[in-house]
Design a protein around this ligand. Structure first.
Ligand code: B4P
Length: 193
């Protein structure tokens, strides 16, 4: 299996690039942000719980997100590889993901970290907030809270994978096409698990 984590702060372009990567490489796209927003729109108990955190720019509790990913991995047994977008976001999530993949005799092939300045992140999310209808893009305070969550809880996830020599950094500023090409180059350098 070929499993990629697309990593980076909120607004770094993970969702944008994932759409293109899954099409090119036939990977199964697992975006915890999209999955949580779908639960919210269906008003499921999980969605109602998640909304309390997401609207404030906070991370959703680990057990909720890990449970969601675990059942998705079970429901996609035929997949030849996964593209994880927005997951893992904490060290506990990273450790849980490794255990889940180990059960499939698999592992993470590479983590690609998109690097974007804080000024640009805020600019992109404020712009998206004008049209997305997303409560977490709605005001700059919530956007800043998401960036703080990233720095305090999520950035360390890259250190976890660095220990296994699995992290590559890619500049996330420039045109969507330029960034996509840089990501493809990195993916093609890495092999299956
Ligand atoms: P996510 O849905 O993962 O989204 P994101 O981090 O906001 O954005 P992303 O990096 O995907 O950026 P995008 O391509 O959309 O998370 C939302 C929330 O869900 C979190 O805050 C958290 O509460 C919760 N959550 C999700 N996963 C979780 C987990 N594992 N654990 C706990 N909680 C979790 O791009 C952003 C904007 O930039 C877009 O408007 C796009 O058009 C634009 N853009 C993209 N590339 C560009 C480029 N090259 N140049 C200019 N603009 C660009």
């Amino acid at each position: 299996m070929f499993n990629v984590i697309l990593f980076g702060p909120p607004g770094s372009g993970k969702g944008t690039q994932s759409e293109k990567l899954m099409e090119k490489y036939g990977l199964k796209h697992l975006s915890t942000g999209d999955l949580l927003r779908s639960e919210i729109s269906k008003k499921t108990p999980l969605g109602i719980e998640a909304r309390n955190f997401m609207d404030k720019g906070q991370l959703v509790p680990d057990e909720v997100v890990i449970g969601m990913i675990s059942s998705l991995l079970d429901n996609n047994k035929e997949a030849t590889g996964f593209l994880f977008d927005g997951f893992p976001r904490t060290s506990a999530q990273a450790e849980a993901l490794d255990r889940l993949l180990e059960l499939k005799n698999s592992c993470i092939s590479v983590m690609i970290a998109l690097e974007v300045s804080e000024k640009e992140l805020i600019h992109r999310l404020v712009q998206r907030g004008k049209t997305s209808g997303r409560a977490d893009d709605d005001n700059e305070n919530v956007i800043r809270a998401r960036i703080v969550e990233y720095k305090t809880k999520t950035a360390a996830v890259a250190d976890y994978y660095r220990k296994f020599n699995k992290v590559v950094e890619v500049k996330g500023e420039g045109s969507v096409e330029e960034i996509f090409e840089a990501l493809c180059k990195q993916i093609e350098k890495h092999s299956d698990c």
